[in-house]
Design a binder for this molecule. Structure first.
Ligand SMILES: C[S@@+](CC[C@H](N)C(=O)[O-])C[C@H]1O[C@@H](n2cnc3c(N)ncnc32)[C@H](O)[C@@H]1O
Length: 212
């Protein structure tokens, strides 16, 4: 990343975010790339998103970024991996923004009933198992308000979505799957969708109506 922009952006960083980034780097935990984060935060601010559902918390880094920008935002985030969930719980417990985050442990699909009972979300951010992006949207977009935003990370999948044959053999099926998802999302009448070549690729859809 451009060092100058990086320095500018970190001027208002929380100490716990720095700690989390260092931990993620050391432990090889994938967190959202900064360029994608900047775009995501801007989209959420422009759409005035106050209630966000995140699938894939990892150690809680993106959840904390989403609530700490001064927009009085609340995030519900789900993580299925026990170790990551525990790390997220540890980091978030020490944050002054802990009241703004509901951290859930388990497979996101197991929370459908609970989520259906609550108020709708302004935004859905999907940063989890790439092969399930379509299912995540089919399952959770009904709980996003009309005009709400759906953001999906990793839609380029290191460039392999565009060229599945160029991926290592064991990832070719997943690469084809990511490509099929991208076409589905682009062409689905329920969404107006944009694709951005930032980070590992970010897709942004506005929910037009309840067509799912
Ligand atoms: C890329 S990491 C998330 C990074 C995080 N959003 C950030 O930027 O700080 C993806 C996480 O999604 C979790 N995950 C994958 N599929 C899931 C599912 N079905 N339900 C809940 N969590 C899931 C994985 O365990 C992993 O920790």
């Amino acid at each position: 990343m451009n060092v100058y922009l990086e320095t500018l952006r970190k001027q208002n960083d929380l100490p716990e975010l720095t700690e989390m980034r260092l931990f993620a780097e050391k432990e090889n935990v994938p967190i959202l790339e900064e360029e994608s984060m900047q775009l995501l935060l801007q989209i959420l601010a422009l759409t005035n998103a106050k209630r966000v559902l995140e699938i894939g918390s990892a150690i809680g880094y993106s959840a904390l970024r989403l609530v700490s920008g001064g927009f009085e935002r609340k995030v519900t985030t789900v993580e299925r991996d026990w170790k990551r969930y525990d790390q997220a719980r540890f980091f978030l417990a020490h944050s002054s923004y802990r009241q703004s985050i509901t951290l859930l442990h388990g497979d996101a699909f197991d929370y459908v009933e609970a989520i259906a009972k609550g108020p709708s979300f302004d935004a859905l951010f999907i940063d989890a198992a790439k092969g399930y992006n379509q299912s995540f949207i089919e399952t959770f977009a009904p709980y996003v308000k009309t005009g709400g935003v759906i953001v999906v990370d990793n839609v380029l999948f290191k460039g392999w979505a565009a060229d599945p044959a160029g991926a290592p053999k064991r990832l070719q099926k997943l690469a084809r799957n990511v490509h099929a998802f991208n076409e589905w999302f682009q062409n689905h009448p329920a969404f107006v969708t944009w694709f951005h070549a930032v980070g590992d690729g970010l897709a942004v859809g506005i929910k037009r109506e309840n067509l799912l």
